[in-house]
Design a protein around this ligand. Structure first.
Ligand code: PGA
Length: 253
């Protein structure tokens, strides 16, 4: 399809500055001849400066796991996109399922975060995905359409084209239960057809759609061989250099 694979590691609430630096250093060594795949890691906020410094000039990008939707102000405990960019981030996850389900982020709020990412010079990775109950009720396409409709509202076509989407079925995250390659491909194909209906053709051709949910070095190759799966958003298996590198190798094969 001509889309460069994009593998991102979400470290969630793991790895303080020293441990994060050690993992970044291991990735820097293991991926020194990285050419065919885009790679990013998303450390906790507190570890971003150490990781960004370690990964300077390596081609491995840094992502924020979250950002606040305002540029600055009285928002105790929050971090805006502009500061994340200054700290060395290129990307920002928006609407990860843990933000949606544990912290109650709505599609409207996530949309404001996507806009804030662009205003701050960050590229958003918008996460979408259905719960098990929604899948069992055969509502997958409705749920994805709603999350896309609201999550991408008000963006220019050129902005959508540079947004990464991450399809992460909630029931597959951290559970060891991966979507089958066919289930994932069906959801990704739906997302791409949704884009094609609303935006000029170049948008759907360009947008990378990552799959996320229990991706590991053993299941990555088959998932990534699907025509509409352009990469992976990796949680647990991104916490060790060996398994994260194994997934990146599967993407470059
Ligand atoms: P997992 O997490 O790979 O541990 O399932 C994926 C994610 O939450 O992005």
């Amino acid at each position: 399809m001509g889309r460069r694979p994009f593998i991102a590691g979400n470290w969630k609430m793991h790895k303080g500055p020293a441990e994060a630096d050690a993992l970044a250093r291991a990735l820097k060594t293991a991926l020194s001849d990285l050419t065919a795949v885009d790679v990013a890691v998303a450390p906790p906020f507190i570890s971003i400066p150490a990781v960004a410094q370690r990964l300077q000039h390596t081609g491995i990008h840094v992502a924020a796991q979250n950002l606040h939707e305002e540029l600055s102000g009285a928002f105790t405990g929050e971090v805006p996109g502009e500061m994340l960019r200054q700290a060395g981030c290129t990307y920002a996850l928006c609407g990860h399922s843990e933000r949606r389900h544990i912290f109650g982020e709505s599609d409207e709020r996530i949309n404001r975060k996507v806009h804030a990412a662009f205003r701050s010079g960050l590229l958003p990775i918008l996460c979408i995905g259905e719960t098990l109950a929604q899948r069992e009720a055969e509502r997958v396409e409705d749920v994805l359409a709603q999350q896309l409709e609201t999550g991408l509202a008000g963006l220019e076509a050129d902005q959508v084209a540079t947004t990464t989407l991450a399809y992460e079925p909630v029931w597959a995250i951290g559970t060891g239960r991966t979507a089958s390659p066919q289930q994932a491909q069906d959801a990704h194909a739906f997302v791409r057809s949704w884009l094609n209906e609303r935006f000029p053709a170049y948008v759907g051709k360009q947008v990378r759609i990552q799959y996320g949910g229990s991706v590991n070095p053993s299941n990555a190759a088959e998932l990534l061989s699907q025509p509409d799966i352009d990469g992976a958003l990796v949680g647990g298996a991104a916490l060790k250099a060996e398994s994260f590198v194994g997934i990146i190798q599967a993407a470059s094969a």
